[in-house]
Design a protein around this ligand. Structure first.
Ligand SMILES: [Zn+2]
Length: 196
């Protein structure tokens, strides 16, 4: 770990050594300290130069990604409320999409996964992350349609994406939104339920 001054702000930069890079690589990921990967025997001055070289890029990246912008912390939605609403909205979309595609699902459950928004089992069980209720409607809608399309096309092949595009021509916008803001949905801490 190294403290780096990025635009007047001290940022912890994680240094990792790996044989699998040529030169160096810098990663900025949501919710994690930025990471610089260097060769196993890279010298301290090599690392300093690498940091200096990317300082302005790092500054731009950190400005873009680490500040939450959805304002979810102002929302006072409890997990139980969120799950109820997510279930109602997701079920409605899943039913109408399944009917439109002529497919059926066996079960629909809600989860609190850390890394996925939805899944479709080979037996036709759908599951969704309740936190989708925190996203714009089009985004929740896209994830449901994506999983329902898996009932017809199991893999992420060309036929699958064609089907998704046919059902939701603007799905890429939702996909991008999730890449950009998904971490904020995962970071949302619902208030604890107060026992009545
Ligand atoms: Zn998929």
């Amino acid at each position: 770990m190294r403290l780096v001054d990025v635009g007047g702000r001290l940022v912890e930069l994680h240094i990792r050594r790996s044989k699998r890079v040529n030169g160096h690589r810098l990663y900025v990921r949501q919710g994690l300290p930025p990471e610089l990967v260097v060769r196993p025997r890279a010298s301290e001055s090599y690392i300093d130069d690498a940091i200096a070289m990317h300082r302005s890029w790092l500054e731009r990246q950190l400005a873009n990604v680490t500040e939450p912008c959805l304002g979810l912390e102002r929302l006072h939605l409890t997990e139980a409320q969120g799950r109820r609403e997510a279930h109602a909205r997701i079920l409605l979309i899943a039913q109408s999409e399944a009917a439109a595609l002529g497919v059926t699902f066996t079960r629909l459950t809600l989860r609190d996964q850390r890394s996925r928004w939805g899944s479709c089992s080979s037996k036709g069980a759908l599951s969704f992350n309740w936190r989708l209720v925190l996203a714009p409607h089009d985004v929740l809608d896209y994830v449901v349609v994506h999983e329902v399309c898996h009932l017809a096309e199991h893999h992420h092949g060309h036929a699958f994406w064609q089907l998704v595009e046919r059902r939701r021509p603007k799905y890429l916008e939702s996909k991008r939104w999730l890449d950009e803001h998904g971490w904020e949905l995962l970071a949302y801490r619902p208030p604890l339920e107060v026992a009545a």
